[in-house]
Ligand binder design. Sequence first.
Ligand code: BDR
Ligand code: CA
Length: 301
Amino acid sequence: AQKVILDVDTGADDAAAILLAGHHPALELVAVAAVHGNAPLSTTLENTLRTMSAGALEHVPVYSGAALPLVHPMISSSPTQEAVLPLAETSLKPQPQHAVQFLIDYYMSAAGPETIYLPVGPHTNLALALRIEPRLAQRIPRIVTMGGAYTQGNYTPSAEFNILADPEAAFVVWQAGIPITMIGLEVTDQAPVTRADTQRVRSLGTPWAQAAALVMEHEMGLAQFNGQESAHIYDACTVAAVIDPGLVPTRPAYVAVELNGTLTRGRTVADFALRRSQPNTDVGLGIHRDGFMQILMEGLR
Ligand code: BDR
Ligand code: CA
């Protein structure tokens, strides 16, 4: 199975991503790192630990990571997102080691070059790790990130949330020269889930399917509150793109993160024409929705 490390700011869709990565037979979930983002670190960590317990993933170590972005203060995600997920309380604890030190030790070890790194929150943990140990850039074989957009953002017209939540960190990660697959909003927007989908997931009957259905319904409740009929489980799309890269057509581009624009800060600027640079990113263009649902069902059964 393909080894992966998830870096999460859990969040309902992060929880769905953890459950999928932890149970799909094509993946081995090596560890989970938590970071600030959707909510303060204390909440994203608690949500992560609850997800591990509810999903029978207590054997996968959880590391607590960066509490704040590198340079600017935290931006608030929508107030409705900042809650603790509706999953049972847990006595599960994070590992004593900090997530940043874990990433350094792990990627410098023999297993490092076999393990895809999957950030589905702000990129602060890896940015810090790369600054402490620049050789990580040669040890991480690929990053598959839920982050960015080459058309419209979601938090601002220019920027997607995970990038805008710590643009300097995303900048450091993109500059490191590690091969990146970008699962941006053009991909995740094509895979909305409906009530009928969550009912299909629930009917699988496993504890992890139940947990996934719960968090997806929670997300759907928030979406309905905002007048939408379906919800996006961005981070689960990113996991699916690792399980079956054929699901997501990509195009090579040189991507750089805008740090200075007053209107465009946090934008992932994608140069598909490759005017001056070699490609550094495989940019996801879309996703086959039925194939995504099939992988979700396969993983949670
Ligand atoms: C991203 O931001 C977070 O709210 C979600 O978990 C996802 O990772 C979408 O912009
Ligand atoms: Ca997330």
